[in-house]
Design a protein around this ligand. Sequence first.
Ligand code: ZN
Ligand code: ZN
Length: 344
Amino acid sequence: MHAVSRREALSIGAAAALAPIAGGAGSHAPPVPAAALDTTQEHPGMPPTPARPAAPFTVVLGIAQDGGVPQAGSFGDARWNDPARRRHVVSLGLVDPASGRRFVFDATPDFPRQLLELHRISGGAARPAIDGVFLTHAHIGHYTGLMYLGREAVGASKVPTHAMPRMRAFLETNGPWSQLVALGNIELRPLSAGQSVEPIPGVRVTPVPVPHRGEFSETVAFRIAGSARSVLWLPDIDTWREWDELGTRLEDALASVDVAYLDGCFFADGELPGRDMSRIPHPPIMDTIARLASLPLSVRAKVRFVHLNHTNPALDPQSDAARVIRDAGMRVAEEGEIEALNRA
Ligand SMILES: [Zn+2]
Ligand SMILES: [Zn+2]
């Protein structure tokens, strides 16, 4: 089958994440040499050259919910003192090795570090900081990284920024984002539901509407399809049932892709003591596991959870929660993991 790469070292991720993946899921291809994306002092001595496919590929740049892991105000969280257990806010990179061009799905509060990781894994070619951005929606973890493209930081020029209509209007009419538009740091590109764009020759990116709290914008997932393989990027959704009602079944979505990065914000109901979780709906991982339990292992093994809240016990690969996920044939995505979009 295809190559599922795993990193050996990633400053943006954790040594802890190197625990066995999808235990017992025999459909997983053996890992290819991992991409060592970082040579900073956090991982001294690591080789600087990442292993990467020759054809377009995706790379996971973050798996945390909007607030990151650990989260602001969680002063007692031991992960502040353990860089290997921190996680960046949810983001996916897309790289074309032939041209060195690179794109991100969502611009997060961790954008500076994620740009660096993307630069390194794309071969470090002399290019603009980023060749394009695709936005899922207007919650803080998914677009605020755009601020770094402004005159106070990168001072970027006309970065194609693909967004749905309400998302575009939000950026055009609210500062400081409107300044990025007015000064030409970003250039808004329209997206329409179900209509694909081709940022890299042979790679089609298609927005798929999903139900999610829409205070400022609509929300989309993205289907990223190469010549032979495809990835679903779906970091936020309220409920699978509401998606059913919109005419898209999760099971059908899984059937149409090779890898599905799905909203895994909470492991189970009741995870946030003192907070009304009905106000921040996400399908608990346990519910997703239950819904997909009758599917063949080959389908379940496509599922990789992202957008994990800092309270989610599955962030610890040694936890019972992580074991439950592995026993279901699924796994939590790892920062740095690569998916080739062809079968080369
Ligand atoms: Zn989010
Ligand atoms: Zn959201």
